[in-house]
Design a protein around this ligand. Structure first.
Ligand code: GAR
Length: 206
């Protein structure tokens, strides 16, 4: 059997995407192993979720570091020492430095709660409700030097209802997030993702 894809998951909060990845791994629909979960927030609920499943957790408070470069160097050290193949940002609310991007070039995925390139940055769901779009959704993409600008792997659409609030829309989008993130990771594990410039092509079944 081929080696399992080794994941390092970075979180800052609730960790429901982390939970979905754990659940897919445990039921066998995602062939990967989470080597380490790193949180910059000591109170993140996601750390409890990880521990419940016996996954090693490191708390790395960014406020303990002189600057973001030093913080990222420590992140790189931990991920490399765990032989991580793919870095998963799952509600990780920090912008990564060029050194981090270089260390894991084309090996960092993020999930964003909007149909990029619409509504990047924070509060993607609130931006969608306030703008009045009829369709929003979520996007899994590779991370590049911009904010939510990297090559798109999978998107899933959600209808925006007239009476939606940020919270109701976020809840429906989150359900889709929990479906497409494990799918994108499995495509990577299967070697089916080809990046050409800013486009991702999913290779057909061999
Ligand atoms: C998710 O909705 C994710 O798309 C969003 O944070 C939430 C984390 O939820 N990420 C961003 O907004 C990144 N710009 P979770 O902690 O329950 O997975």
């Amino acid at each position: 059997m081929a080696d399992l894809l080794k994941l390092g998951v970075l979180i800052s909060g609730n960790g429901s995407n982390l939970q979905s990845i754990i659940d897919h791994i445990e039921k066998g629909s995602l062939k990967a192993i989470i080597k380490i979960v790193i949180s910059n927030n000591p109170d993140a609920n996601g750390t409890i979720r990880a521990k419940k499943h016996g996954i090693p957790v490191v708390i790395l408070k960014h406020t303990d570091f002189k600057n973001k470069e030093d913080f990222d160097l420590e992140l790189i050290k931990i991920l490399k020492s765990n032989h991580v193949d793919l870095v998963i940002l799952a509600g990780f609310m920090r912008i990564l430095t060029p050194a981090f991007l270089k260390a894991f070039s084309h090996k960092i995925m993020n999930i964003h709660p909007a149909l990029l390139p619409s509504f990047p940055g924070i509060h993607g769901q609130k931006q969608a409700v306030e703008y009045g779009v009829k369709i929003s959704g979520c996007t899994v993409h590779f991370v590049d030097e911009g904010v939510d600008t990297g090559p798109i792997i999978i998107q899933s659409a959600v209808q925006v209802l007239d009476d939606d609030t940020e919270e109701t829309l976020a809840a429906r989008i989150l359900k889709k997030e929990h479906m497409i993130y494990p799918q994108a990771i499995q495509l990577f594990a299967d070697g089916k993702i080809e990046i050409k410039g800013r486009k991702v092509r999913i290779k057909a079944q061999e």
